[in-house]
Design a protein. Structure first.
Length: 289
């Protein structure tokens, strides 16, 4: 099988424990990535090729120190603020212990598999808790949880008996919380999204703030609590208003990506039906009108 990845020639020194290691990078040329469909969650699927087999680009963006399990997106890894280093370093043993019952035998010094990919997002979620607001840590924790859920879905397809479907649901619910919290913080000015240069959610296209609003509504609709009807209605009402903002921001709706407009309209209408309300907004009912 042709090689999918390579390790950097220059070592990286972990800013916490000073361990030197080599970052794994994905090769992208020569037909390695054959784009497939886009899911409702704005995830890009990839069609396996005969030469390279299955490719999972999402398992590589997070850099992980193989010694202390400090993890962050590559652009943040070496720039961890001084005030966060001590706290993250103090939690080293906790991070390592947290991984053992879920992903035993992880190896971040060798070519990654899906298990390392999922674990990398889990570890980054824990580490970003201690980053200051200029890094947009709340949103990045949400993005990490969403991608971890996606990788768990991949693991479940390969190993249906591994309880990865349960783990995926846990990550989806965490993503739902962090996305909603990130939007609330952005609206009050307590934490902006500008510290995240790419709002994703996947790697092939940046859907920007519209994508964040859409996923906030979708995650609430799909994974929000359902046991208390009144709380559910309140949360869905908030999600509906969040999705509606997509149609009233920036350029005219017709200039926005169809993936955002079509999916957002669908989610808006599904929430409206669950709430038993009528759709009285013509721009939401038909943004192309």
């Amino acid at each position: 099988m042709a090689e999918l990845t390579f390790f950097s020639k220059t070592p990286i020194a972990c800013p916490l424990c000073e361990t030197n290691f080599y970052r794994e990078e994905l090769r992208t040329g020569r037909g390695r990535l054959n784009a497939g469909d886009l899911t409702r969650e704005l995830r890009r699927s990839y069609v396996p090729s005969q030469k390279y087999g299955e490719v999972y680009p999402l398992i590589y963006p997070v850099t992980v120190c193989p010694a202390c399990y400090y993890a962050a997106f590559h652009q943040d890894f070496l720039g961890v603020p001084r005030e966060a280093i001590e706290t993250i370093r103090a939690e080293e043993q906790q991070r390592i212990e947290d991984m053992r019952p879920i992903f035993e035998g992880l190896d971040f010094a060798s070519p990654r598999g899906l298990r390392e990919g999922c674990a990398s997002y889990y570890l980054a979620t824990a580490c970003y808790e201690h980053f200051p607001r200029e890094f947009s840590p709340t949103f990045k924790r949400g993005l990490c949880c969403l991608r971890a859920a996606w990788v768990c879905d991949d693991l479940h397809r390969k190993r249906p008996d591994g309880n990865y479907d349960y783990l995926a649901r846990v990550f989806y619910r965490k993503a739902r919380f962090f996305y909603a919290h990130a939007v609330a913080l952005e609206q009050t000015g307590k934490e902006t999204l500008s510290g995240a240069p790419n709002l994703g959610p996947d790697l092939d296209k940046n859907y920007g703030y519209d994508g964040v609003l859409y996923l906030t509504g979708l995650l609430e609709y799909e994974y929000g609590p359902r046991k208390e009807p009144e709380k559910r209605r309140t949360a869905l009402g908030r999600a509906k208003r969040t999705v509606a903002r997509i149609f009233g921001m920036g350029k005219a709706s017709r200039d926005k990506p169809a993936a955002i407009l079509d999916n957002a309209r669908e989610v808006y209408e599904e929430i409206t039906r669950e709430l038993g309300e009528e759709n009285r907004d013509p721009e939401i009912a038909d943004p192309d009108a």
